[in-house]
Design a protein around this ligand. Structure first.
Ligand SMILES: C[S@@+](CC[C@H](N)C(=O)[O-])C[C@H]1O[C@@H](n2cnc3c(N)ncnc32)[C@H](O)[C@@H]1O
Length: 109
């Protein structure tokens, strides 16, 4: 199975309605899809009225994403570790568990 096919299969394993329900309206928003892969999430975001800039370093996956010909999405090849050089974001952070309560009741971040 190709990597693109693998990612397409994995997309179906996630419960996207729960995630989208938790988001504010995406209408008119510009969303940076970091590690966009085959563009499945980008397609969902565009369907919600967003404009999407997808970034990935894998050409095979980007070809698949671009073949969707989404009206309001563009897919760029870049290494996320060099994102500032793209001129679309100064930095990107992924944070997990930053609001987890501590034993003393205070919270991180
Ligand atoms: C687990 S896949 C997720 C794909 C897609 N976001 C999804 O949810 O189905 C991670 C993606 O990040 C991309 N990626 C990983 N490291 C990267 C980097 N340093 N720069 C650009 N893309 C990267 C991979 O090529 C891959 O498409």
């Amino acid at each position: 199975m190709s990597l693109a096919s693998e990612y397409k299969q994995q997309f179906g394993w996630r419960y996207w309605p729960t995630i989208f329900d938790a988001l504010p309206s995406l209408q008119g928003q510009t969303i940076l899809d970091l590690g966009c892969g085959v563009g499945e999430l980008a397609a969902e975001l565009v369907a919600c009225g967003a404009r999407v800039i997808g970034v990935d370093m894998n050409e095979e996956l980007l070809r698949e994403a671009r073949s969707r010909q989404l009206s309001n999405a563009e897919f760029r090849a870049a290494d996320l570790r060099r994102l500032p050089e793209l001129g679309i974001a100064a930095a990107a952070y992924a944070m997990y568990g930053t609001a987890r309560p501590r034993a003393d009741g205070a919270t991180f971040g």
